[in-house]
Design a protein around this ligand. Sequence first.
Ligand code: GLN
Ligand code: ZN
Length: 767
Amino acid sequence: MSSDTTKAPDFTATVGGTARIGANRELKRAVEGYWKGQTDRSSLEAVAASLRGETSRQLRDAGFDSVPVNTFSYYDQMLDTAIMLGALAPRFAAVEDDLDRYFAAARGTAELTPLEMTKWFDTNYHYLVPELSAQTQFSLDATKVLAEYAEAANLGVAARPVVIGPITFLALAKSTDDTDPLGRIDDLLPVYEELLGALAQAGAEWVQIDEPVLVTDIIGDDAETSTAAEVAGSVYARLSAAAQRPALFVNTYFGDPGADVLAAVAGTGVEAIGVDLVYGSADTVAAVPALADKLLVAGVVNGRNIWRTDLDKALATLGTLLGSARAVAVSTSCSTLHVPYSLAPETELDDNLRGWLAFAAEKFAEVATLAAALHRGRDTVADAFEASAAALATRATDPRVHVDAVRERLAAITDDQLSRGESAGRLAAQQDRLGLPLLPTTTIGSYPQTSAIRNARAALRKGEIDEAEYNSRMRAEIDAVITLQEELGLDVLVHGEPERNDMVQYFAEQLDGFFATQNGWVQSYGTRCVRPPILFGDVVRQAPMTVDWITYAQSKTEKPVKGMLTGPVTILAWSFVRDDQPEKDSANQIALAIRDETVDLEAAGIGIIQVDEPALRELLPLRDADKPAYLRWAVDAFRLSTAGIEDTTQIHTHLCYSEFGEVIGAIADLDADVTSIEAARSAMEVLDDLNAIGFANGVGPGVYDIHSPRVPSTDEITASLQAALKAVPAQRLWVNPDCGLKTRGNEEVTASLRNLVEAAKAVRPAA
Ligand code: GLN
Ligand code: ZN
């Protein structure tokens, strides 16, 4: 079926894509320097080029006979794709310089709102959402992809340009005029055809077209639209019929495309198809006879978690595929964008733990080893197989991985442990104890992380101050925050979280079973990187984690101080998790530790405890059929965390989004006494959503948006509260900002909260 121009040689070992921020976050520093005017454009470009060159050479030297390029990005690959397709939202045209225009779309300017950002499938990476309308005129700008191809080709690398595919691009874009983005597919395909021609002309033998959306239920969710299989079949029939093109490698990842979709793509003239065999299944491949004349790119090495691959198991999987395809290449399940660069800088790892892990560099070696075993025989790499098996062997027997006491407690969890008393009675008992006014005012937990706080933390890390000095500085911060809140007249106070570097890492550092890396940075979005903890063993809380801080804060005031904890789902969502037990078990282990902490806080006299679950929605599975089971265990883990206390202790939770969509029922099922939730940006709509499902507990819709430095006026907050009171009776309404205040400055926080308290007072008498 291939045309004459596409007789590209099959490759045997590759990776779907890589990280680009730099092993030591070089790109972050260069880009941020450029934003501040400290780095000029040519130095920024030099850093970028050197990072790209390093990556290409690293992959070539790892033994890959096909190397992805165009996987670099100054900010985000969806933004790059929008530009490549001439589909950047028109408002940015006002910015003359192309690089500044690019960053304006990413971050906004004084005049221009940036593109919206949202989660990339079920990863912790966030992409910029392209905006499309009926007016969008697609046109090709292949500058970046051609330049990156030529750059790598010049290094003597077998470069394979990677682009996001037309189906995924459209399915993830948003419409600004209610037209269906996917309805533009016929206008978009000529641009991809032109791109294929340009790449072929430049000498590219292969092009990788990423279509991760094919493993979701996003396309074809109603009877009128085409199914994902229909769309995929017609798009790739057309692109593979392009007059001049490289060989086409259509890559799917993050899950299983299903036999229908796979068969539809395999029924076209594309030369290679990629499947994720970690989160998808080899059975699907076996069920598609049409793969017989394709190169199957088998993602057997997990690209998004950090565990060492069981090489013999992966080789066995690869063996079963041989009969299903013309040839099999070894790859990662997805881009290694989602894992740290290398284990080399992790000097604090003990030998056992080091042996169980594989970051990107180690994964490249695994791919090469598996490709050698598959194509030249296991004997040729027997040493690597044995070393790997030996390293993994200790994982099953290490006493930190299986702690009997934890296992016993987990096995003994009963339904009783998941429920508190009936909610109306609870709220009444709590009100008796707390005696709060109507529309109580509070904040979400953190206060500005000042430079004094950051300096103290750095000084402690460098050994310049000792633990006692650090604690006394943190206590001084707590004193200041308590004083401020009393002056402002808030009703329920917080300690301000000065001691927390991060709401997940803080707990992970204190719980056995977690390891915090030194340099395990992963891009979250743009130049923002996170260092997710690694959950490798059974979770044990050796001692209370927050009680000293909270009771100290409480000792400074007569007003109630809220205990502040992170919930089990969020801790799990923002960590690398175990792959040797169901996520549900990991969640429940964390839940038991949090439960113990709530019991200790209660015993220490704390009357209100907040358990944050901003990531509840983030772990939603990609397939609709898997969602109910997830929501069940997620809700149960939260309830296990929070149901160990008396009815007179009030549980708050905080969620960081306002469009509940698929999690609305779950939020009610959490059964928190009070739920604070982002609402300012969606005009309190969330309250109607809650009413629609009969939600009857306390709710604190955020009355102002903390994502901007703007100080909301008293009138504005008053108006929000009046709007909220139309949906929620005063007895259940709380008054609070949208989220924590840690990223804001002291001045704006003080001014904003002063207005918030004033607005609550203004609305109370009428309520
Ligand atoms: N309690 C946390 C804070 O105030 C909540 C943060 C969050 O919602 N992401 O910072
Ligand atoms: Zn929040």
